[in-house]
Design a protein around this ligand. Structure first.
Ligand code: SF4
Ligand code: SF4
Length: 202
């Protein structure tokens, strides 16, 4: 039996924007061939080897690309409570950029966010909810910033459909203007976060 999996791991709201880790991009669907014919709906990221996946391309609302050009308003870096979660790649890059150890980076600039049975590492905030690295001149660690920042607003949750994209426009004045990102470029940005999961501590 064939089961379409549109798998998502949706984190609690209140992040900088909203993060959804989609295992496939909105233009692809995973078809699962189950050996026992049972209906399989799972939130797991991996399955036993006897399950066989096929990816099927679909049309999506950004077939003709999407426009985006950052105005530098910094709204996505602060103003309200949020999280910037770090993957191991993010932590390594940020620590190297700051010329400190990963342990020192966590201790000085990060916090653990409880997520039920586990915790995730996020950058800390200032009292006014601005990211710890936000300055009057913008991001002070721009070259070492996490993937979550690098790929905004091309997150799975935001390009999931037209309504989600248009809803996010209320928070980002750069969306819908300026440079046209092709579908291929958008997919590349989406892929950059897939398999680059935030660090989890149990
Ligand atoms: S909210 Fe949009 S325009 Fe403003 S800094 Fe962030 S990405 Fe740029
Ligand atoms: S790391 Fe830089 S780009 Fe990311 S939220 Fe903080 S200030 Fe903004």
């Amino acid at each position: 039996m064939y089961v379409c999996l549109w798998q998502m791991e949706r984190f609690p709201s209140g992040q900088r924007g909203q993060t959804v880790n989609l295992l496939v991009t909105p233009s692809k669907v995973r078809i699962l061939l189950s050996p026992n014919g049972g209906l399989l709906l799972s939130r797991k990221a991996s399955f036993p080897s006897y399950y066989c996946f096929q990816e099927v391309s679909m049309s999506c609302f950004y077939e003709n690309g999407l426009q985006f050009e950052c105005t530098g308003c910094n709204y996505c870096c602060g103003c309200e409570p949020g999280f910037v979660f770090l993957s191991q790649t993010d932590l390594t890059r940020l620590s190297a950029h700051l010329h400190i150890t990963e342990e020192a980076c966590i201790e000085t600039y990060c916090r653990y966010v409880p997520m039920g049975s586990f915790k995730m590492i996020s950058l800390t905030e200032k009292k006014n909810y601005d990211c710890i690295f936000l300055t009057e001149k913008g991001c002070s660690v721009y070259e070492g910033r996490p993937e979550q920042c690098r790929t905004y607003p091309f997150w799975s949750s935001i390009v999931e459909d037209k309504a989600a994209w248009e809803a996010e426009m209320a928070s980002c004045p750069g969306m819908g203007k300026g440079r046209l990102y092709t579908k291929e470029e958008i997919e590349k940005l989406l892929q950059a976060r897939i398999g680059n999961d935030p660090i989890m501590k149990f």
